[in-house]
Design a protein around this ligand. Structure first.
Ligand SMILES: Cc1cc2nc3c(=O)[nH]c(=O)nc-3n(C[C@H](O)[C@H](O)[C@H](O)COP(=O)(O)OP(=O)(O)OC[C@H]3O[C@@H](n4cnc5c(N)ncnc54)[C@H](O)[C@@H]3O)c2cc1C
Length: 326
C-alpha cells in the first residue's frame, strides 16, 4: 500500500478504478431500464466537500484523470456547493468549496440486492443461503467441486466472489491474492427535517466520511480499520461519523435513533479490484473491490460474464486481473 502512495502509481490506479466504475454505472442504468428495479435511488451526483483551501488547491491530479475518462465534473465555490446541497447554507463557514460529479448516483444497496434476488429467482436463479464453503477442490487444472457444510456443489464454471474471505479459500490452490479486510463503520439515521438533510451524497474529505440520503434516512459511512475478520462494533469508532454529520447537517437527522453497524471492505493494496481468469480454466475471480464494491458491481459482473462466455469485454480488463501483481 505504501509503495502505491506515489503520484505516478496513484494516477495508474485511479485510472483503472475510474474506468470500471464508469462502465459499472452505465451497466446499472441499463439494468434499471431492463428490469425496472428501484432501490431509493437518487441521481443527483456526488459532492466532494473541502473544508480547507489546500484541499481544493490539490485536486489537479484528480481532474486530469476525470478529463482523461471524459467524466463530467464541476469545481464549485461555497455558493456553488450550497446551490446543489441547500442544507449546507446553515454551516457555510465550515467549508471552502467542492468537486462535484453530477453523473454519480446513490441508493440503498440492501434494497437493491434483495429486489435483484427476487427478480433473478423469478427467472430461475437458485440462491443457497446459510451454507459455508469449506474448500475449493481442484483436479486436472480445473475446479471439480466446492465442498460445503451441506455437501458438495459442482458446476461448469466457478466465480470466487467471497470479498475479504476470498484469499483464504484460494491460498490452498496456490493462488495468492493481496486482498485484506479493512473494516468500516456506518450509521443510518432517520431524517427529522428533509430541508436540513443532504439531497444526494457528500464526501467530507477531511474526515473521509460519506453522507448520503436514502429515502427518509441518512447513511453515514467511513473509517478504515486494518485488522482481522471481526465485525465487532467499537463504540469509539462512531465519533468521527457523528461529528461529520453534526458538523454538516446538524438538524438533518436524529442521531439518538441511529443504527450503528460495521462491515469489511475487501481491499487491495493498489485499489482496483481483482477481476479475471486464473490458471484453473473454470475458475474466475471477482473480488477485492474495497470501498467501492457496489459502485463497481454491475460492471465487474458484466466483465466476468463476458470473459466466461468468451466475449471480449466492452472495457479494458487485462489490468484488473491478478497478473498485475506478478
Ligand atoms: C461502512 C461501509 C460503507 C461502504 N460504502 C460503500 C459505498 O458507498 N459504495 C460502494 O460501492 N461500496 C461501499 N462499501 C464497500 C462494499 O460494501 C464492499 O466493497 C462490498 O460489500 C464487497 O462485496 P463482495 O460481495 O465482494 O464482498 P462481501 O460483501 O464481503 O460479501 C462476501 C460474502 O461472502 C460470504 N462468505 C465468506 N466466506 C464464505 C464461505 N467460506 N462460505 C460461504 N460464504 C462465505 C460472506 O459471508 C459475505 O456474505 C462500503 C463498505 C463499508 C464497510
Amino acid at each position: 500500500m505504501l509503495r502505491n502512495c506515489t503520484a505516478a502509481r496513484y494516477a495508474v490506479n485511479k485510472a483503472r478504478m475510474v474506468g470500471i466504475a464508469e462502465y459499472s454505472r452505465d451497466c446499472l442504468r441499463a439494468l434499471r431500464t431492463e428490469i425496472g428495479i428501484s432501490y431509493d435511488e437518487r441521481s443527483q451526483g456526488t459532492l466532494q466537500l473541502f473544508r480547507k483551501q489546500a484541499q481544493l488547491d490539490a485536486i489537479g491530479g484528480d481532474i486530469e484523470v476525470l478529463k482523461q475518462y471524459n467524466v463530467p465534473y464541476e469545481v464549485l465555490d461555497r455558493d456553488g456547493c450550497i446551490r446543489v446541497e441547500p442544507a449546507l447554507a446553515a454551516v457555510r463557514e465550515r467549508f471552502v468549496g467542492g468537486l462535484r460529479l453530477p453523473d454519480d448516483e446513490t441508493g440503498d444497496c440492501h434494497l437493491f440486492t434483495q429486489r435483484l434476488e427476487r427478480i433473478a429467482a423469478e427467472r430461475g436463479v437458485k440462491f443457497v443461503y446459510d451454507t459455508t464453503i469449506q474448500s475449493v477442490d481442484v483436479s486436472g487444472g480445473r475446479v471439480a467441486q466446492v465442498a460445503t457444510d451441506r455437501g458438495a456443489l459442482a458446476a461448469d464454471v466457478y466465480v470466487m466472489a467471497l470479498g475479504s474471505f476470498s484469499p483464504l479459500l484460494l491460498r490452498p490452490l496456490g493462488i495468492d491474492i493481496p486482498v485484506y479486510p479493512v473494516k468500516g463503520y456506518s450509521l443510518t439515521v432517520p431524517i427529522t427535517d428533509k430541508n436540513a438533510a443532504p439531497e444526494s451524497t457528500i464526501m467530507d474529505e477531511t474526515y473521509k466520511v460519506a453522507i448520503t440520503r436514502l429515502g427518509d434516512r441518512i447513511r453515514v459511512g467511513g473509517t478504515a480499520e486494518v485488522g482481522d475478520y471481526q465485525v465487532r462494533l467499537r463504540p469509539s469508532r462512531r465519533a468521527p461519523l457523528d461529528r461529520s454529520l453534526t458538523d454538516l447537517f446538524p438538524r438533518g437527522g436524529d442521531l439518538s435513533r441511529a443504527t450503528f453497524w460495521s462491515g469489511l471492505r475487501p481491499m487491495t493494496p493498489d485499489g482496483p479490484p481483482i477481476i479475471g481468469p486464473t490458471r484453473f480454466e473454470n475458475l474466475h475471480l471477482n473480488t477485492g473491490h474495497g470501498t467501492l464494491g457496489w459502485t463497481m458491481a454491475c460492471g465487474a459482473a458484466r466483465v466476468v460474464a463476458d470473459q466466461i462466455a468468451g466475449v471480449v469485454p466492452e472495457v479494458p480488463a487485462a489490468d484488473l486481473s491478478v497478473a498485475r501483481y506478478t
